[in-house]
Each structure stands twice: as structure tokens, then as C-alpha cells.
Design a protein around this ligand. Structure first.
Ligand code: NAD
Ligand code: UGA
Length: 459
């Protein structure tokens, strides 16, 4: 089938950038991204591209170039479904917060709603592409809904998981290591392969069966997260033995079988996906009675929680075992640099722990709003919204955030932090002035020469 019209349901961190790149590289295809969230769609349509709902380097330029030409953002979901030959489902699949599988399984209600919506309104044959990350064998459920509730329309289901990372989404989409397409119908697979073929060479487009494709996505995230937990586990051992985790990472990373990427010890991984996808993998393994497999992967999460906790524990014990009434400046709130996304950011959990010890927190993040910071803390339900508002202040000037602070905690590896006037920050702080570098981005010798008491991860 020659594709001329694509609909994407879900205008989020994946749907937005992915479709923008597909539109840019396929000027002959009309791409419409739809969402039930009218506010989000309005932001995507804002004249001022600095107000797009998602911050990703390079995204605004592509949206500016394609929007209104062959890229459209709309709340008219039924209309866009009907007009398209290919529909991407790119909605959120969070961890369930209720019922069976609570806290572990993926909540597939949004995906199911999309399938029912498509079945209800589609009048011509469609290729339905799973772009969301889904448990292995979800395609079967989608197919069953479409076939049993549809109007006799024929559907081909493809799995096409997304491997982009936030902060580098555009670069990842333009130069993917691979594009993965799982499916039964060769025609449908080739139709999608042609869309990517506009800019991705065919040898990088993998064709597999649906179940391998679905499972490969969960597996890729589990392996990536496992590397971080592995190096973080070693970071704790380094702190006891005077080994340096940076040197260890370099030494092992030069072994081509291990590789050098994803070996940065940190306060623990965050982001909307690693934890949710591993929990989901653990849940699936347990549901097949594979308890050893489940326990093995669960340890990646256990270690990650431990890493966040020991960061805040270390901060408290270093500050003479109390942070009560002390101002702690947190630099960074996003889960990694170059994104405004804060989902599951380690900063939220570290702040929550410090607040429970009655600390006062001053947050500076170049891309995260005060409203977002408060929402993240309120979501945990640890204390009242008024208390969070009282104890946590957000600053647009890092020097103000650090003024009179007892300690600085670096939570996100934003490049600009390295270029701060650290002498000025030191001069404004209470003494002794502590830095807890959760991202190992500052130079220890330089900081100590200024007068800071500096500690980092794994050194
Ligand atoms: P998101 O929350 O940013 O966006 C999802 C959007 O879907 C929301 O705007 C929501 O309003 C919309 N939506 C939900 N139900 C809908 C419905 N029935 N009809 C129309 N719109 C609906 O989520 P995201 O980060 O883009 O993630 C989407 C999926 O992609 C998830 O499965 C995630 O695991 C996966 N993924 C995410 C990333 C990432 O970097 N964020 C990377 C790879 C894969
Ligand atoms: C991750 C994967 O890298 C993507 O391939 C995948 O598509 C995506 O999840 C997803 O499915 O959502 P993302 O979470 O956006 O992407 O960002 P990462 O670069 O993987 O970082 C995740 C977390 O790990 C961040 O908190 C980051 O700071 C941390 N991290 C990363 C480390 O602590 N150390 C490292 O060496 C690398």
C-alpha cells in the first residue's frame, strides 16, 4: 500500500518528535497528530515555537518547517483516523496504579481506547502501528478488539517500537541504530519500511515477528538500565575502597565486548520508561511462573532505589546528621539534561526524603517550571500541598538558589552548570559549603581549591 496519509494518536514525547521527522523526510505524506489533550494540541500549534509542549534540541526548527504544510496537530481524532491509511498508536502506557498488577503491570487502558476508537470510526482498511512500548503479545489484544468490534474493515497490526532517548530525540530519529518492524503481513511491513526508507538505509530496518519486536523493546530498556545499576553498584564499592568509578568505567569500557556507553555512575536513572518497562518485564515473567527471571530483573530496580536513597542519606549524615531548617540548593530537576521531562526523576525522590527531614529546598532547572516541580512532589502524597509550597522554592537564577544554602546537590548534568561562577556561589553560601555532585560533572580539585567540601558518586 502506498502511504499518503498518516494519523498518530498521542502527541507526547514520542508521537511529536517521531511524526515531525517522518513529515520532514516524507513531504508527500500528510501527517496528522491527534490527542485528547486540547491544551497540549494548542501548545503544539502555538505560533511561537519556543512554547511547544516538549523541549528537544532541533525539534522546534522541524516543526516550524513542516507545520501547516504536511504536519498537523489536531483534536479531531475520528476525522484523522478516517483520512489515514496508517495509524500510529503512541499513547502513554504507565505502570498500573490500581487492581491486578498494581505497581508492576503496564496500564493498557489508553491503548485499548485507541483500538476501540479506530474500530468504531474506520471505514477503510488500515495499518495499525504499535509505537507505544507494550507488553509482549499486546498486538493480539488489539487485533481481537479491531476484528470483533470493527465494521468489517481489514486491519494489519505492526509493532514498531521507538528507541529514541529524550534530549537526543531528533538526532536519534534522524540517525537510528535500527528501526524495528514486527508483523505478519509482508505488504504492511514494506509499507512502513518505505516510510522510514526515505532516510534510513534498508539494512538498518529490521523485520521480525510481532512478538520478537514487542519483547525486544522491553529487553533493550532492561539491558540499558541494567548497565546503569551495574556501574552504580560498583560506585558504592569504589567509595569504600578508594577506587574511582570513572577510572573503572573507562578501563572496562575500552573492552570492545563491554563498550563505553551508558557507564556513567549517577544518583540513579529516572525517566518515564526504564522503571515502568522493567517492572512490566518482571510482571510478565512472574505471570509465566518464571520467578528466577523476574527476581533477576527486579534487582535492577532495587539497586536504583538504593542509589537514590544512599545519595540523600549521605547528604544528611555529612551535614552533621541533620538538615532540619537548612537550605539545600538542588541544581537540576529534569531526569537528564536537554529535556523538560521530569517523570521519575531522581531529584523528586531525593527532595522528598530531604523534606521529610525538614530541609528547605531551592530548585534551579533551566527548563522545568515551578508548577511542574510542585506537581511532582504533590503526586507522592507525602505531605500537604501547602507544606510542599512552603518548603520548596523555585528560582530562575542559580546564584539566588544557592545563596545562604548549606549544600548544593547536583541532580541533572546540564552543561551550563559546569560554566557557573563557582567562586561566586561559594561566597554566597553558609560555611562549610558542601557540594554533592550526583552527576560527577565538576572538577573535584577546582572545587576544593575554592573551598568547597566536595563529594561525588563512586570516588
Ligand atoms: P506522553 O504521556 O508524553 O504522551 C502520550 C499522549 O497520548 C498524551 O498527550 C495523552 O493525552 C495522549 N493520549 C492518551 N490516550 C489517548 C487517547 N485515547 N486518544 C488520544 N490521545 C491519547 O507519553 P510518551 O512519553 O510520548 O510515551 C508514549 C509511549 O512511547 C509509551 O508507551 C512509552 O513507553 C513509549 N516510549 C517513550 C519514550 C520517551 O522517551 N518518552 C521513548 C520510547 C518509547
Ligand atoms: C531510554 C532509552 O535510552 C531509549 O532507547 C528508550 O527509547 C527510552 O528510554 C524509552 O523507552 O523511553 P531516556 O529514558 O529518554 O531513554 O534517556 P536515557 O538517556 O536512557 O537516560 C535514562 C536515565 O538514565 C537518565 O536519568 C539518565 O541520567 C540515566 N543515565 C543514563 C545514567 O545514570 N547513566 C548513564 O550512563 C546513562
Amino acid at each position: 500500500m502506498k502511504i499518503t496519509n498518516i494519523c498518530c494518536i498521542g502527541a507526547g514525547y514520542v508521537g511529536g518528535p517521531t511524526m515531525a521527522v517522518i513529515a520532514k523526510k516524507n513531504p508527500h505524506i500528510k501527517v496528522t497528530i491527534v490527542d485528547i489533550n486540547a491544551e497540549r494540541i494548542a501548545a503544539w500549534n502555538d505560533e511561537d515555537v519556543s512554547k511547544l509542549p516538549i523541549y528537544e534540541p532541533g525539534l522546534a526548527e522541524i516543526v516550524k518547517e513542516t507545520r501547516g504544510k504536511n504536519l498537523f496537530f489536531s483534536t479531531e481524532i475520528d476525522k484523522a483516523i478516517n483520512a489515514s491509511e496508517m495509524i500510529f498508536i503512541s499513547v502513554n502506557t504507565p505502570t498500573k496504579t490500581y487492581g491486578k498488577g498494581k505497581g508492576m503491570a503496564a496500564d493498557l487502558k489508553y491503548v485499548e481506547l485507541c483500538a476501540r476508537n479506530i474500530a468504531e470510526v474506520a471505514k477503510s482498511d488500515k495499518i495499525v502501528v504499535e509505537k507505544s512500548t507494550l507488553p509482549v503479545r499486546t498486538a493480539q489484544a488489539i487485533k481481537s478488539i479491531l476484528d470483533n468490534t470493527g465494521n468489517g474493515v481489514k486491519y494489519s497490526i505492526l509493532s514498531n517500537p521507538e528507541f529514541l532517548a529524550e534530549g537526543t530525540a531528533i538526532e536519534d530519529l534522524l540517525n537510528p541504530d535500527r528501526v524495528l518492524i514486527g508483523g505478519e503481513s509482508e505488504d504492511a511491513i514494506e509499507s512502513l519500511a518505505n516510510v522510514y526508507g526515505s532516510w534510513v538505509s534498508q539494512d538498518r530496518i529490521l523485520r521480525t515477528n510481532v512478538w520478537s519486536s514487542e519483547l525486544s523493546k522491553l529487553t533493550a530498556n532492561a539491558f540499558l538500565a541494567q548497565r546503569i545499576s551495574s556501574i552504580n553498584a560498583i560506585s558504592e564499592l569504589c567509595e569504600k575502597t578508594e577506587a574511582n568509578v570513572g577510572e573503572v568505567a573507562r578501563a572496562i569500557g575500552m573492552d570492545s565486548r563491554i563498550g563505553s556507553k551508558f557507564l556513567n555512575a549517577s544518583i540513579g536513572f529516572g525517566g518515564s520508561c526504564f522503571q515502568k518497562d522493567i517492572l512490566n518485564l518482571v510482571y510478565i515473567a512472574r505471570s509465566y511462573g518464571l520467578n528466577e527471571v523476574a527476581d533477576y530483573w527486579e534487582q535492577v530496580i532495587i539497586l536504583n532505589d538504593h542509589q537514590k536513597r544512599r545519595f540523600s542519606d549521605n547528604l544528611i549524615s555529612t551535614l552533621y546528621n541533620t538538615v532540619s531548617g537548612k537550605k539545600i540548593a538542588m541544581l537540576g530537576w529534569a531526569f537528564k539534561k536537554d529535556t523538560n521531562d521530569t517523570r521519575e526523576s531522581a531529584a523528586i525522590y531525593v527532595a522528598d526524603h530531604l523534606l521529610s527531614e525538614q530541609a528547605h529546598i531551592a530548585v534551579y532547572d533551566p527548563k522545568v517550571s515551578e508548577e511542574r516541580t510542585q506537581l511532582d512532589l504533590n503526586y507522592l502524597n507525602t505531605r500537604s500541598e501547602e507544606e510542599n509550597k512552603d518548603l520548596v522554592k523555585t528560582y530562575s537564577d542559580p546564584y539566588e538558589a544557592a545563596k545562604d544554602a548549606h549544600a548544593i546537590a547536583i541532580m541533572t548534568e546540564w552543561d551550563e552548570f559546569k560554566a557557573f561562577d563557582w567562586q561566586k556561589i561559594y561566597d554566597g553560601m553558609k560555611k562549610p559549603a558542601f557540594i554533592f555532585d550526583g552527576r560527577n560533572i565538576l572538577d573535584q580539585k577546582e572545587m576544593e581549591a575554592i573551598g568547597f567540601e566536595y563529594s561525588s558518586i563512586g570516588k
